[in-house]
Design a protein. Structure first.
Lengths: 763, 536
C-alpha cells in the first residue's frame, strides 16, 4: 500500500497550472453570481425588518437564484476549457518583503474552470428549485420566520458560491465557514425545539473539528508554497508533481505531504465522513428544503470539491488518497448498515447521503476524480428529489416520518407526483440499470477494481450497493405502495394548525378516503392529510425529469474534446485542476480493445482520452481486474445484478403479503440475526461511544483542569489580575475630579517624564 | 505662497458653510433652523469632495511640490482631510437634538416664542464646523504658528460644545475643567514651540527640519520638541495629560463625547506626526528610528497610556467612563505607529499609514458605541432633561429591548477590541507589524498584553447587551426620538463591517498618505531600501 501511489503517473494538473501563464481574464459578469444572492439576502432582511407577511421573500429569492443560474449557464456556454480568473476587488494584500512567502494575497477573485462551472450549475440550479419548493413548504411560518429562512438561504448560496468560485483558499475558507454558519442557522431554524438546537450545535461543533484541519492545511500551504492562490499553488507544486511521477516521494518534504491529509480532515468534517459523520443525520431536524439543499445536494459535497480542487496536492502524498478512499468506503458501509435499520424515512435518507458521500470519497481516493464528480452531480439531483418527496410526505402528514405508520400513500388522491418522484429517486439511488445513479456508481466501483490495491474497497462498495438498493426500496415498498394506512405525526396538535394549513393551495378535504378511516388513528381519527400544492409538485416533477434525464449525461460529450467514458461530466472534470487519468485506465483501454467484446461506453468506437504525461515504466503497474475481466465493462452487469437483488429482497420482505403498515415479513426474520439489528438501529452506538470515549473524558479532564485552574492558576492569575486592579486602584485617586489635582498631576507628569528622559539619555 | 491655497479649498468651503449655518440657526422659522444641520452635512460633503480631488497629492490632482509650499507629510493631506470630513459627517447625525430640545418643544407647543438668546443651535453647529475646519488646517500646517492656531481653532469650540451639550451642571463643570486644563496643555506645547523658535530662529517647519537634519539637534531644540509633544498629549488624551478625559466625556452628552474622542485626538495625532516627522526617523543604530530621547519619551508615554487607560477602564461601572478610558488606551496604541515610523514604506511596515488607518477605524467605530448610548434614554420624573444611558446596568439585554442600539454596541465594541473580521482588526494589525518591523518588540508585547486586558471590558460592553437578561429597570428606558442618532450608529456599525471588506482599498490609500518624502532626501544615514521603497 505504501508504495502503491509511486507507481502512478500524474497527468499535469490544470492546463493553466503547468506554467504560470498570464492571467486570462474571465467575464466580469461572473461577479454578479455572487451579488445576486446578496441582493436577495438584503431584500429578505428588509422584509424581516418591515415584518412583511407574504411570500415576497420567497419569490424574490427564486428570481435572484434563477438569475444566478442563468449566468452560470452562460458561463458554461462561453467557457473555453482553460481556467480564467475574474478579478474582483482586492481583499487582502499584505506584503512584508519581496521574498517568497512574504506576501499574502487573497482577492475577491473568481477562478473559473470546468470544475467550478460544473459545481455552480447544480448549486444554483437546485437552489432555485428548492427555494421554489420552500416557498410553499415554509408557508406555515409566513412572517419574520419566513424572511429569516430565506435570508439564511440566500446567505447559504452566496457562501457556497464563494467556496466554489473563489480563486484562493481564504475565500474558500470564508465560504466554508459561511455555509457552516448557514447550516447551523437553518438546522436550528425551529429554535424552540430542543432537539433542533442540539442538532445545530452538534453540526457546528463537529464541523469545527474538521475546520481546524482545513485551517492548518491552508496555513501549511501558505507556509510552504508562499501563496494561497490556486494558480500559484499549482505552479509551485509542479516540481513535486514531477517527483511524485517518478515515485520519489522521499524528495517531497514531509510538510507538503501533510497538507493533503489536513485538508482531508476538513473535507471529512464538512462531508460527514468517519469519524465526523454523526452530525449529518441529526441535521435532519432542520426544515426539509434545507436538508435537501444543504445536507444532501450541495454543502456536504464541499468536501468532495475541496479534494477535487486540490487534487494535484493530494497526489503528492503517498497516504492521502488511500486514506480518503478507505475512510470513504468504510463510511459508505457503516452508514448503509445504519440506514437499513432506521424507521424514520428522512433519517434513512440522511444515512444514505452519508453513505453516498462515502462513495464519492472512495472514488476520489481510488483515482477516479471523474467518477466522483459524476456521482456528485447525479446524487445531487436524485437525493434532492428524495428529500423533497419525504418533505412533502412530512408536510402532508403533520410531521409523520415513521415508515411503520405510513403505507400506500400512492393510493391517496393528489399524491401521484410525490409517489412518482419517490420511485424515480429510489431507482436512481439503488443504481437501477440505465438510471443516472447507475452510471456514476458503476464508474466509481469500476475504477476501484482497476486500481491495484483498491480492490477491497471495490468489494465493500459493491456490497454496499446491494444494501443501498435494499434500504431504499424498503422505504418505497413500505410507504408508497401497499395497503393504505396513515397516522398523523405529532405536529397535528402543536404546530400543525399554523404549520400545515398555511398554504393557500391546499384543498385537504378532497383527498380523504373515508373507507380507510377504520384504521386506528392515534390522534382522534379526524386527520386529513393534505396533498402538496403546485409549487411542491412542480419542483418534484422537474427534479424527477431531471434525475431521469441525467442518465443522458453519460452519453453526451463535449464538442472538440476527446471522449471519455462517463460522458460530459468527466470530460468537464478533465479540463480542470482535478484532471487526472489513472494510468490503468489507458492500460485497460488497450486490453479492452483487445478483447473487443464488451458493451461498455468506451466500446462506442471513440478513442480513449490519452493524457500527455504518462510513463508506465514500472512493470508492476498492471491494471487490476474484476475476477479477470475488465472492471468497467462488467461492472454494468454486476452492479445491476446487485441492485436487482437488493430490490428483490426488499420486495419480498416488505411488500409481498404485507397487510398492515406496522409490520412486514422482515420482522419475522429479525430474531434470526440476534442483537445486530438492534445495534444497527442504535447507530452502532457510535454516539454513545463518542459520549463515553470523548465527551465524558473531556468533561472529566475539563473538570480536573478547572480544579487545577481554580486552585493553582487562578491564584497566579489573581496575582497578575490583581496587578492591573491594584495599579488602577492606586492611580484612581488621581481621578479625584478636582481641577487643581488634575493640573498638578499634569505638571508633575510632564516634569517627571522630562526628568526621566534627560537622565536616561544624557548618560 | 498663493500655492498654499491649493491645500485650503476644503477649509474655505467649510468656512462658507459655517457662516450660513450661523445665520440660519437663528431664523424664526423652525424649518430653516432645522435645515442648518443639513447645510452642515452638505458643507462636509463638499469639503470631503474637494479634499479628495483638488488637494495636491490626491489622485488626479498635481503632486505636491515646492510651489505649494513644503509640507512635512504632503501626501497625507488629501487622505487625512477627506477622512476627517467623512467621520465628521458620521458624527453630525449623532449630534441631532443635543441642544435646544426642550426649547424647541416649548416653541412647538406655543408656550414660548422663538428667542434667539435662548437658542443654541446656531452656535452648536457652527462651532462643530469651526472645530472640523481647525482640524483640516492642522493637516496642512507648515508653520508652528499655523499649527498652534489650527490646534486652538479645533479645541476652543469644543469647550463650549461641552458646556451647552446638556442643561446639567455636570456638563458645565466638565467644560470648565476641560477649558482650564486645555489652556494648560496649550501653554505647554506653545512653550515648546517657542523653544524651537529660539533654537532655530524660524517657525517654518520645513526650515526647522532642514536645520535638524543638518546635524544641529541641540538640547534646547530637544527640550522644545519634548515639551511640544507632551503638550500635544493633552489633545490625544495620553499620559500624563489624560486626567480630564473621563470627567469631560461623562459630563458631555454622548454625541459630543464621541466628537471629543475623534476630533481633538485626530488633531493631536496629525500634529504629533508632523512634529516627529520634522525630526525624522533617521537615527539609532539602524538609522531608521527616532533620536534616543524622543523615542524613549514616546515609548514611555505609549506604554503608560495604554496601561493606564485599560486598567482604569476595567474598574468603571459607567459605560461612558469606560469608553473614555478606552479612548486613552487607543491613543497609546497609535503611538506605537508614531514610534515605528515609515519603515520601508509598505503598508505593513509603515507606522504613519498605520496611525492614519487607525484614526479612520477608531473614528468610525467610536461613533457607534456612543450612538448606542445616545439612542436610548431614561425619562426623568420631574420633567427635566432625560438621561442618556450610562451605567452598565442600563445596557443589560439592550439587544432585546432596543435591538438597533444593542447591536451597534455589540458590533462596535467587538471592533474596538480588534476582532478579526471587523474594521478594528485591520487597524490594529499594521500597528503590530510596523512595531515589529521597527524592532520595537518590547513595546509590541506591551501592546499585545494591553489588547488582552482591553478584551475584559470590551467583552463586557458586548455581553451586557447581547447575553444578559434585561434588567429590572430596563422597562423605563425609551428610545430617543431623534432617529438621526440611530442612523449614525447604524452607519457606523455598517461601516465597521463593510469597510472591513474593502479594507484593502483603504490600506492602499493610507500607504500613499503615509509616504514620508524626507526619507528619500534624508541624510546618508538612511537605509538604501528607503529609496527603493520610494521608487515603488
Amino acid at each position: 500500500m505504501t508504495n502503491l501511489l509511486s507507481n502512478f503517473c500524474l497527468a499535469s494538473a490544470a492546463p493553466g497550472a503547468a506554467t504560470l501563464s498570464p492571467i486570462l481574464l474571465g467575464p466580469s459578469e461572473a461577479q454578479l453570481i455572487l451579488a445576486l444572492p446578496i441582493i436577495g439576502l438584503l431584500f429578505c432582511t428588509l422584509c424581516a425588518i418591515f415584518r412583511v407577511k407574504s411570500k415576497a421573500p420567497a419569490f424574490f429569492t427564486v428570481a435572484c437564484l434563477a438569475g444566478a443560474f442563468a449566468l452560470v449557464v452562460r458561463l458554461y456556454l462561453n467557457k473555453t476549457g482553460t481556467p480564467v480568473i475574474t478579478s474582483g476587488f482586492e481583499w487582502f494584500f499584505l506584503e512584508w518583503g519581496d521574498g517568497k512567502g512574504q506576501r499574502l494575497v487573497a482577492n475577491f477573485s473568481l477562478y473559473l474552470d470546468s470544475l467550478t462551472i460544473l459545481w455552480m450549475l447544480f448549486v444554483t440550479g437546485l437552489a432555485t428549485l428548492i427555494a421554489l419548493y420552500a416557498s410553499e413548504y415554509m408557508a406555515g411560518d409566513l412572517g419574520t420566520g419566513y424572511c429569516r429562512f430565506f435570508a439564511a438561504f440566500n446567505l447559504f448560496v452566496f457562501s457556497m458560491s464563494c467556496l466554489v468560485m473563489g480563486d484562493n483558499l481564504l475565500l474558500l475558507f470564508l465560504g466554508w465557514e459561511g455555509v457552516g454558519l448557514c447550516s447551523y442557522l437553518l438546522i436550528g431554524y425551529f429554535y424552540k425545539k430542543p432537539s433542533a438546537v442540539e442538532a445545530a450545535k452538534k453540526a457546528f461543533i463537529m464541523n469545527r473539528i474538521g475546520d481546524l484541519g482545513l485551517l492548518m492545511g491552508i496555513g501549511l500551504t501558505f507556509v510552504h508554497f508562499g501563496s494561497i492562490e490556486y494558480r500559484d499553488i499549482f505552479h509551485a507544486a509542479q516540481p513535486y508533481i514531477e517527483a511524485a511521477k517518478a515515485g520519489k516521494y522521499n524528495e517531497i518534504p514531509f510538510l507538503v505531504q501533510l497538507i493533503p491529509v489536513l485538508l482531508a480532515i476538513g473535507a471529512f468534517g464538512k462531508s460527514a465522513q468517519i469519524p465526523l459523520y454523526v452530525w449529518l443525520p441529526d441535521a435532519m431536524e432542520g426544515p426539509t428544503p434545507v436538508s435537501a439543499l444543504i445536507h444532501a445536494a450541495t454543502m456536504v459535497t464541499a468536501g468532495v470539491y475541496l479534494v477535487a480542487r486540490m487534487y494535484p496536492l493530494f497526489l503528492l502524498s503517498e497516504y492521502a488518497l488511500p486514506l480518503v478512499a478507505w475512510v470513504g468506503a468504510l463510511t459508505a458501509l457503516l452508514a448503509a448498515t445504519i440506514g437499513m435499520a432506521q424507521f424514520d424515512i428522512k433519517r434513512i435518507m440522511a444515512y444514505s447521503t452519508v453513505s453516498q458521500l462515502g462513495y464519492m470519497f472512495a472514488g476520489l481516493g481510488g483515482l477516479s476524480s471523474t467518477g466522483a464528480a459524476f456521482h456528485v452531480v447525479t446524487h445531487a439531483f436524485f437525493k434532492a428529489l428524495l428529500f423533497l418527496a419525504c418533505g412533502a410526505i412530512m408536510h402532508g402528514f403533520a410531521g409523520q416520518l415513521d415508515l411503520r405508520k405510513l403505507s400506500g400513500i400512492r393510493r391517496l388522491k393528489g399524491w401521484g407526483i410525490v409517489s412518482f418522484g419517490m420511485l424515480v429517486g429510489c431507482l436512481n439511488l439503488s443504481g437501477f440499470p440505465f438510471t443516472s445513479g447507475f452510471f456514476s456508481k458503476d464508474m466509481l466501483i469500476g475504477s476501484e477494481f482497476l486500481t491495484p490495491g483498491m480492490a477491497p474497497i471495490g468489494w465493500i462498495l459493491l456490497f454496499t450497493a446491494g444494501l443501498t438498493a435494499y434500504y431504499t426500496f424498503r422505504v418505497f415498498f413500505r410507504v408508497i405502495v401497499g395497503p393504505l394506512h396513515y397516522e398523523p405525526g405529532d405536529e397535528l396538535h402543536s404546530a400543525h394548525d399554523e404549520h400545515g394549513h398555511g398554504g393557500e393551495n391546499h384543498n385537504e378535504h378532497a383527498h380523504v378516503q373515508d373507507d380507510h378511516q377504520h384504521h386506528d388513528h392515534g390522534h382522534g381519527g379526524h386527520f386529513h392529510p393534505h396533498a402538496p400544492g403546485w409549487a411542491i409538485n412542480t419542483v418534484l416533477l422537474t427534479l424527477s425529469v431531471l434525475s431521469l434525464s441525467a442518465s443522458a449525461l453519460n452519453f453526451l460529450h463535449l464538442p472538440n474534446q476527446p471522449h471519455i467514458e462517463g460522458g460530459i461530466v468527466p470530460e468537464l472534470v478533465m479540463e480542470s485542476s482535478a484532471a487526472y487519468e489513472s494510468p490503468y485506465a489507458r492500460h485497460e483501454a488497450h486490453e479492452g480493445t483487445g478483447d473487443g467484446g464488451h458493451e461498455g461506453p468506451d466500446a462506442h468506437g471513440t478513442p480513449s482520452y490519452v493524457p500527455t504525461a504518462i510513463a508506465l515504466d514500472d512493470p508492476h503497474a498492471h491494471a487490476g481486474t474484476f475476477l479477470g475481466w475488465n472492471p468497467h465493462a462488467v461492472m454494468f452487469y454486476v452492479s445491476g445484478a446487485v441492485g436487482f437483488i437488493g430490490i428483490f429482497v426488499a420486495f419480498v420482505l416488505h411488500y409481498v403479503g404485507r397487510t398492515t403498515a406496522a409490520t412486514a415479513k422482515a420482522d419475522a426474520l429479525l430474531p434470526m440475526l440476534g442483537p445486530i439489528p438492534g445495534w444497527a438501529q442504535h447507530k452502532w452506538y457510535v454516539d454513545e461511544f463518542y459520549k463515553y470515549s470523548i465527551y465524558w473524558p473531556l468533561i472529566i479532564l475539563a473538570n480536573l483542569c478547572n480544579l487545577f485552574d481554580k486552585l493553582i492558576i487562578d491564584g497566579i492569575v489573581r496575582l497578575f489580575g490583581a496587578i492591573p486592579r491594584w495599579i488602577g486602584n492606586t492611580i484612581r485617586p488621581t481621578q479625584s475630579g478636582e481641577l487643581h489635582g488634575y493640573a498638578a498631576g499634569m505638571a508633575a507628569g510632564v516634569a517627571v517624564l522630562l526628568f526621566i528622559v534627560f537622565i536616561l539619555t544624557l548618560r | 505662497m498663493i500655492g498654499r491655497l491649493a491645500f485650503l479649498w476644503p477649509e474655505i468651503a467649510l468656512f462658507a458653510a459655517t457662516c450660513v449655518v450661523m445665520v440660519m440657526g437663528l431664523s424664526r422659522s423652525f424649518s430653516v433652523r432645522k435645515a442648518s444641520a443639513w447645510v452642515c452635512g452638505i458643507g462636509l460633503i463638499v469639503a470631503a469632495f474637494l479634499a479628495a480631488t483638488t488637494t495636491p497629492g490626491a489622485p488626479g490632482a498635481p503632486a505636491p511640490d515646492a510651489a505649494h509650499g513644503q509640507l512635512i507629510l504632503p501626501w497625507m493631506v488629501p487622505f487625512a482631510k477627506s477622512m476627517i470630513c467623512l467621520v465628521a459627517l458620521l458624527l453630525l447625525p449623532l449630534l441631532a437634538g443635543t441642544v435646544d430640545r426642550a426649547e424647541e418643544a416649548r416653541i412647538a407647543s406655543s408656550r414660548a416664542g422663538f428667542n434667539p438668546l435662548r437658542s443654541n443651535r446656531a452656535e452648536f453647529y457652527s462651532f462643530f464646523l469651526f472645530s472640523i475646519t481647525g482640524l483640516l488646517l492642522v493637516a496642512s500646517a507648515d508653520n508652528l504658528i499655523w499649527l498652534f492656531l489650527a490646534l486652538e481653532l479645533t479645541s476652543l469650540p469644543t469647550y463650549i460644545m461641552v458646556a451647552i451639550s446638556s442643561s446639567r451642571h455636570r456638563s458645565q463643570e466638565a467644560a470648565v475643567k476641560y477649558f482650564f486644563l486645555g489652556a494648560m496643555g496649550a501653554a505647554i506645547f506653545l512653550y515648546g514651540f517657542a523653544l524651537l523658535y529660539g533654537a532655530y530662529g524660524t517657525t517654518n517647519m520645513n526650515a526647522i527640519a532642514a536645520l535638524m537634519r543638518g546635524g544641529t539637534l541641540s538640547t534646547l531644540a530637544m527640550a522644545g520638541l519634548m515639551l511640544s509633544l507632551l503638550g500635544l498629549c493633552f489633545k490625544i488624551a495620553a499620559v500624563p495629560m489624560h486626567f480630564y478625559t473621563a470627567d469631560v466625556y461623562q459630563g458631555a452628552s454622548a454625541g459630543v463625547a464621541a466628537m471629543l474622542a475623534f476630533v481633538p485626538k485626530t488633531a493631536g495625532f496629525l500634529a504629533i506626526l508632523l512634529m516627529v516627522g520634522m525630526v525624522g526617523w533617521n537615527y539609532g543604530p539602524s538609522g531608521a528610528s527616532l533620536p534616543d530621547s524622543l523615542r524613549l519619551l514616546l515609548w514611555v508615554i505609549a506604554a503608560l497610556t495604554m496601561t493606564v487607560g485599560n486598567v482604569l477602564a476595567i474598574l468603571q461601572s459607567s459605560a461612558k467612563r469606560t469608553l473614555a478610558y478606552s479612548s486613552i488606551a487607543h491613543s497609546g496604541y497609535m503611538l506605537v505607529g508614531v514610534i515605528a515610523g515609515p519603515g520601508d514604506g509598505s503598508f505593513t511596515q509603515n507606522g504613519i499609514s498605520a496611525v492614519l488607518f487607525y484614526l479612520l477605524a477608531y473614528g468610525v467605530t467610536n461613533v457607534g458605541t456612543f450612538a448606542a448610548l445616545a439612542c436610548v434614554e431614561r425619562p426623568s420624573a420631574d420633567g427635566s432633561e432625560p438621561r442618556e444611558l450610562d451605567s452598565f446596568d442600563d445596557l443589560r439585554g439592550l439587544c432585546r429591548t432596543h435591538p438597533a442600539a444593542g447591536w451597534m454596541m455589540v458590533i462596535c465594541s467587538l471592533s474596538l477590541l480588534g476582532l478579526p473580521p471587523l474594521l478594528g482588526f485591520f487597524g490594529k494589525l499594521p500597528l503590530f507589524t510596523s512595531g515589529v518591523a521597527a524592532g520595537e518588540i518590547p513595546l509590541v508585547i506591551v501592546l499585545g498584553l494591553n489588547s488582552a486586558i482591553a478584551a475584559f471590558y470590551y467583552l463586557r460592553l458586548m455581553a451586557y447587551p447581547l447575553l444578559e437578561e434585561p434588567g429590572v429597570r430596563s422597562g423605563e428606558l425609551v428610545a430617543n426620538p431623534f432617529l438621526a442618532r440611530r442612523l449614525a450608529g447604524i452607519l457606523s456599525a455598517g461601516g465597521v463591517i463593510s469597510l472591513a471588506v474593502f479594507a484593502n482599498a483603504i490600506m492602499k490609500q493610507t500607504t500613499v498618505a503615509g509616504k514620508y518624502p524626507a526619507a528619500a532626501v534624508a541624510s546618508t544615514k538612511a537605509e538604501p531600501s528607503l529609496t527603493a521603497a520610494e521608487q515603488r
